[in-house]
Design a protein around this ligand. Sequence first.
Ligand code: DC
Length: 218
Amino acid sequence: MSYNIAIDGPAGAGKSTIAKRIAREKQFIYVDTGAMYRAMGLYFLRNGIDASDMGRISEKCMEADITIAYENGEQVVFLNGENVNGLIRTEEVGNMTSAISVNPDVRKKLVELQQRLAKNSDVVMDGRDIGTCVLPDADVKVYLTAGSNVRARRRYEELAAKGESCDLAQIEKDIIERDERDMNREVSPLRQAEDAVFLDSSDMSVDEVVEKILSLCK
Ligand code: DC
């Protein structure tokens, strides 16, 4: 049986930083599900498909083949065979992704891929619905959050470090909007699983959060 750790939470809570560290410590595979949804979002942006056209999104998502592989321990996402890792971290793709991830056909396709990965390997998987839908029997479940101002500041610093021009107030506005959409959608909304441990990282260091989760695994 594989060992599964599920980490859910809103945008910018630090899920990927924490999940990567845990994966390294435990020699598990890190599965970034947001990157899979982002690759799908990129596909719709490239094809000029309207995010509100549900029928077309259901139909076209069948043509987007999303796969992942690991190169030097890093997850690489492929969209129809193309490595799109360097293209999916923009705010434009993030906003499109949040809009199209409400589509049940998009979710069904990606959830199947995620469940297959977790069945075959020990994983740390992060996303929005991992503890509630994707891996309801995960060994450890964490709901990781932080105040929207803290999350906006982290996102701002991440984008600025990559040289992307950005505006802190706009990022916080986008984060609040995205939370609203992710938490209130009909299919698999972001919420804390009943058996998940709640962690607010606003005043915690990365090391403290990592230590806390490792202690939950013992
Ligand atoms: O974690 P992220 O910012 O890379 O995620 C981008 C979007 O993808 C997010 O707004 C909601 C969606 N998403 C989802 O619906 N379910 C997941 N398991 C992961 C991400």
